[in-house]
Design a protein around this ligand. Sequence first.
Ligand SMILES: Cc1cc2nc3c(=O)[nH]c(=O)nc-3n(C[C@H](O)[C@H](O)[C@H](O)COP(=O)(O)O)c2cc1C
Length: 199
Amino acid sequence: MIEKNTPTQFDINNLVENRWSPRTFASTPISETQVKTLLEAGRWAPSSSNMQPWRIIWGIKGTQMYDRIFNCLDDFNRGWAGNAQVLWINAFKKTMNDSDKENFHALHDLGLFMGNVCSQAQHMGLAVHQMAGVQHKKAHQEFRFTDDYHVATAVAFGYYGGDVSDLPEDLRKEETKKERERKTQDEFAFNGNFNSNKQ
Ligand SMILES: Cc1cc2nc3c(=O)[nH]c(=O)nc-3n(C[C@H](O)[C@H](O)[C@H](O)COP(=O)(O)O)c2cc1C
């Protein structure tokens, strides 16, 4: 099993600390009930005016739905995402529930939805790998979204595991890299004006 080191500056909870985004997954299947459990965690995310703008299309490996989602990924992500046991597409409603006015916070809310899903997945021992690399227009048409929806991202799920030999050669080094990296808090958080930490 690939081990990662997360050099936290402060102690944080294990679900957040130990999550990472693999491109290999164990061959253990994920059941429909498990998918619905992940969706349920997302369902209880907060959202602006409780509009819940997220919309999810999902499929389990070995089904037509999985293949339809896979075929909407970009070339790069099709190089590894077939290792996943579940694929899904994230879309959001661009407009308010009760008018055609734009919901500026819909993407924020979809992010919160996915935050809940990531923590729930980690709790279940499942890994999550989110993808911006989707053929957005193709997915929009393929799954019959109407004009007031935007296809945002795709997601791969599976138990942590698998083998780096499941990956194209150029992705193997990153997969096994031990040290995880982040900006320091000083680079993004200010107890003062924007960028006030700069000397
Ligand atoms: C919205 C979003 C889009 C992403 N798009 C891709 C993608 O298209 N392909 C990919 O391999 N990884 C993608 N990632 C994974 C990120 O590269 C990864 O989360 C980041 O490098 C941090 O690594 P960690 O999740 O292992 O901590 C995406 C992640 C997010 C949240």
